[in-house]
Design a protein around this ligand. Structure first.
Ligand SMILES: Nc1ncnc2c1ncn2[C@@H]1O[C@H](COP(=O)(O)OP(=O)(O)OP(=O)(O)O)[C@@H](O)[C@H]1O
Ligand SMILES: [Mn+2]
Length: 495
């Protein structure tokens, strides 16, 4: 650990040693201590599009004949054209050193460049033979090292398809329950010490949320987590951690490998012989809410884990437009049309990009009809000048036959939007780049597409309908001659 020193965490080697009980983190910190800054250069133009990931661990019996043909022919060129558009390739100045989440001093790294970190052979894990050269780093580590002040990954990040494929196909060494939150989720670990957050399928994709359920009683949907990642990327935000679908064998890949005895104790066989489990959590962890394989195969979403909180602490913020989470009470914003005036004067919304970042998140949530954005998180090290993490999208895409106008309230009340966001939204409303088409194409790259489309067609059409509503709302703001509707974050770009 001699060379270890994170940016602005000088002298924190002791802290890193404290947390080194977690082996994968220890490995990460060794590597980070050697990491040369030059590895973060922007991606070269024309690098690989997000490669097709359909050839994963799905068994043939899981596939549907007619649908499978479709899998092979999905044309990625329209999505490729979108991602080649100048609005996705804006020339931004290179990020200064302090804009990287994890970064180390280069001093002293030269003599260690040749060194390799050798792991004690631990059962189930790969032998580590990484050194300080970035191309030996596992994809999860490259992902962590690529997180910056303004985004989780770069546009056309070469590592993204590699990371997704690794999460979708690598052997699962361990699966333990993640505490916190209301619903059952597992942290899965791979042989290269990478980790992902697993959320199981709880609802068939074509089902709509029961109209009598309040939003806070709605189930979470694995396909919503996957679709949110694709939607966020198509919107050009890159603020949702990479998510991929996977068919899990609940016995071989959870029960047999878990060290979580509380979780193991909740496995049982259903009356028709499917293997089910329910884990322990505050609301939805009981025999009645069990998740079941068919008979062992269970669909789920796997989100790449963010760097551990001890390495990259996050701050949680209350959303000023959060719902009351009560059946009878309205929140203040719901009956105060001037609510935004007060928010605009309140730090951190009174300066910088925080308000327009919140509007970006609002637009993502209205499009996917996610009412469950009570909090959002940021990386603490970046202070108030940073992007908002779009975590937890499990309650999105519950209904396609109805839109939820109240989600758009921050935009309606504040009449403010980033110019780059507005221009991309307009682009996505053109026939050539229609949002629903982009989403259909993008989602076809997920491995679970070979079971069934991740979003049913009515959900895709709802996206176009909701996008038109967003654009109409902005037009209404402009017509009312608000003089500060557009926050011009790209003054050099002419449309
Ligand atoms: N990809 C990720 N990497 C690391 N931590 C994550 C990731 N996604 C979510 N988390 C953390 O895990 C916690 C629970 O996740 P999430 O909110 O998705 O679960 P949940 O059960 O839906 O929670 P809630 O009931 O509060 O909505 C969050 O507070 C978040 O900080
Ligand atoms: Mn949730």
């Amino acid at each position: 650990m001699r060379a270890c020193r994170y940016r602005r965490l000088q002298g924190m080697c002791a802290l890193l040693l404290c947390v080194s009980l977690v082996l994968h983190m220890l490995v990460a910190s060794f590597i980070l201590s050697l990491y040369p800054p030059s590895c973060k250069s922007p991606q070269p133009p024309g690098c690989q599009p997000y490669t097709n990931l359909t050839s994963t661990s799905l068994t043939h019996s899981e596939r549907r004949g007619a649908h499978e043909e479709h899998v092979e022919v999905m044309d990625l060129s329209s999505l490729e054209a979108l991602f080649s558009h100048p609005l996705y390739n804006l020339h931004l100045p290179p990020s200064p050193d302090e804009d990287w989440l994890l970064k180390v001093r280069t001093k002293g790294s030269e003599e260690q460049n040749a060194a390799q970190w050798i792991s004690n052979s631990k059962e189930g894990y790969d032998h580590i033979d990484w050194n300080s050269s970035a191309n030996t780093h596992p994809s999860w580590l490259q992902f962590h090292l690529g997180i910056s002040r303004w985004q989780l990954y770069q546009h056309r990040d070469d590592n993204l398809p590699v990371l997704l494929k690794q999460i979708a196909t690598s052997r699962i060494v361990s699966a333990v329950q993640k505490t916190g939150g209301t619903q059952l989720k597992l942290v899965m670990t791979f042989p290269n010490y990478g980790q992902a957050l697993f959320k199981p399928m709880k609802q068939q994709r074509h089902e709509e949320t029961n109209v009598n359920l309040y939003y806070f009683s709605d189930f979470e949907r694995h396909n919503a987590e996957i679709a949110a990642f694709h939607l966020d990327r198509i919107l050009g935000f890159r603020r949702v951690p990479p998510v991929v679908g996977r068919l899990i064998d609940v016995i071989k890949e959870i029960k047999d490998v878990t060290t979580d005895h509380k979780l193991a104790r909740t496995f049982f066989n259903s009356p028709v012989g499917n293997t089910c489990f329910y884990g322990q959590c505050s609301y939805y962890c009981s025999t009645e809410h069990a998740v079941c394989g068919r008979p062992q195969a269970l669909e789920g979403s796997l989100a790449a884990m963010l760097p551990d909180l001890t390495l990259a602490p996050r701050r949680s913020w209350k959303n000023p437009w959060r719902r009351s989470y009560s059946r009878s009470k309205l929140a203040l914003w719901e009956n105060t049309p001037t609510y935004c005036n007060a928010v605009k004067k309140t730090p951190p919304y009174d300066r910088g990009t925080r308000l327009v970042d919140l509007i970006d998140m609002t637009i993502l949530d209205f499009l996917q009809s996610n009412m469950d954005r009570h909090h959002y998180e940021t990386f603490e090290i970046f202070g108030n000048n940073t992007f908002l993490l779009h975590l937890d999208n499990g309650r999105a895409f519950g209904r396609y036959s109805k839109d939820e106008p109240s989600i758009l309230t921050p935009l309606v009340q504040c009449c403010r939007i980033r110019r780059s966001t507005l221009l991309r939204l307009r682009l996505l409303s053109l026939p050539h780049y229609r949002l629903s088409d982009m989403m259909r194409t993008s989602l076809s790259q997920d491995p679970l597409f070979s079971v069934a489309p991740l979003l049913a067609e009515p959900h895709l059409s709802a996206l176009d309908r909701r996008l038109a509503t967003v654009l109409k709302t902005i037009q209404h703001c402009l017509n009312q001659q608000h003089n500060d509707v557009i926050y011009d974050d790209i003054p050099d770009y002419s449309d």
